[in-house]
Write a protein that binds this ligand. Structure first.
Ligand code: DGL
Length: 277
C-alpha cells in the first residue's frame, strides 16, 4: 500500500479513532449509512476498492489478498474496528483476517438467511448474492443448517453482471431491468415469500426489485444488524466515542472511479482517490 497522506484522527485517542469499513465498491456505503445513522458521533473511514470490483467473480485466494491489503490500509489510518462491508469478502476472507490480525475486532456481513428462514411461511426463500458468496464454505454451512432446521427450500441465484452495471454508472438501465427480471421472476414462480439481498450493493436496487416482485414477497438485508453488532462490539471493548456533543467526521476513499462513489455520497461528504494495487 502506498502512502496516501490521509490523516483522519491520527493523533486522537482510541475512542476517537475511526470505524474502518471496506467493500469492493459502492455497496459498502449501504452499511456505512446504517453505521452512521446508529452512531452519529463516530468518525469513519470507508474504502471502496472499486478498482478491483467485482470481488464476486474472483478466487478465494484473490479475495483474501485484496481484503488483507484493505485491512492494512485501514489499520495504517488508525481504524479501531474493521467492518467488512461485503458479503463476498466476509464469507471468503474473515477467518483469515481474524487469524492474521488477532488484536483487531472485525465485523462481517452474511446474507440474512436466518431471519428469512424463521419468518418464511411458504418455506421457500430466495437468495440473490455473488458467485463467490454462494460457493463459499461459510455460506454452505449456514444455508444447510437453516434448510434442515426449518425444512425449507432455498433458491440461490448468482447476480451475475449486477455489480458491473452499478460500478459503471448504469444502475438504472434497461440492462439492469432485464437482468433483475431474469433472476427474480423464476423465484416468484417457485413461490418464495422472502428474498434475501446477499450483497451490500443490492439495497440500491430495491426500487427496481420492488417493481418486479409482487407485494407479498418481503425483501431483507443485513445492514442494520451489522450496525448494531458494530456498536455492541465497540461497547464491549470500551471503544465507543465518548464525546457525544460532536458529530463524526467521515471520509470515503476509492481505489478506482471516484465519480461513481460520489454519486452515492451524502452532500458534503469528503472523498478522494487513492493508489492501490
Ligand atoms: N458488495 C459486495 C458483496 O456484498 C459485492 C461483491 C462484488 O464485488 O462482487 O458481496
Amino acid at each position: 500500500m502506498e502512502e496516501t497522506g490521509i490523516n483522519i484522527q491520527a493523533s486522537s485517542s482510541k475512542h476517537q479513532a475511526p470505524i474502518g469499513l471496506f467493500d469492493s465498491g459502492v455497496g459498502g456505503t449501504t452499511i456505512w449509512k446504517e453505521v452512521v445513522a446508529l452512531m452519529p458521533n463516530e468518525n469513519t473511514l470507508f474504502l471502496a476498492d472499486n478498482k478491483n470490483a467485482p470481488y464476486g467473480e474472483k478466487s478465494k485466494e484473490e479475495i483474501i489478498a485484496l481484503c488483507d491489503a484493505n485491512t492494512q490500509f485501514l489499520l495504517a489510518h488508525h481504524a479501531k474496528i474493521i467492518v467488512v462491508a461485503c458479503n463476498t469478502a466476509t464469507t471468503n476472507a474473515i477467518s483469515f483476517l481474524r487469524n492474521r490480525y488477532k488484536d483487531v475486532p472485525f465485523i462481517g456481513i452474511e446474507p440474512a438467511i436466518k431471519p428469512a428462514s424463521l419468518q418464511s411461511v411458504t418455506k421457500k426463500i430466495g437468495v440473490l448474492a455473488t458467485r463467490s458468496t454462494l460457493s463459499s464454505d461459510l455460506f454452505a454451512k449456514t444455508s444447510e443448517h437453516w434448510k434442515q432446521e426449518e425444512d425449507l427450500e432455498m433458491i440461490e441465484q448468482v447476480g451475475e453482471g449486477l455489480i458491473e452495471l452499478i460500478e459503471s454508472g448504469r444502475m438504472e438501465s434497461t440492462d439492469m431491468t432485464r437482468l433483475l427480471r431474469k433472476y427474480l421472476l423464476p423465484m416468484v414462480a417457485e413461490g418464495i415469500d422472502y428474498l434475501v439481498l446477499g450483497c451490500t450493493h443490492y439495497p440500491y436496487l430495491l426500487p427496481q426489485i420492488r417493481a418486479i416482485l409482487p407485494a407479498n414477497i418481503k425483501v431483507i438485508d443485513s445492514g442494520y444488524a451489522v450496525a448494531k453488532q458494530t456498536r455492541k462490539v465497540l461497547a464491549e471493548k470500551g471503544l465507543l466515542q465518548q464525546n457525544t456533543d460532536v458529530m463524526g467526521q467521515h471520509l470515503w476513499v476509492a481505489s478506482g472511479r471516484l465519480d461513481i462513489l460520489q454519486q452515492f455520497a451524502p452532500q458534503g461528504m469528503a472523498s478522494l482517490q487513492i493508489e492501490k494495487k
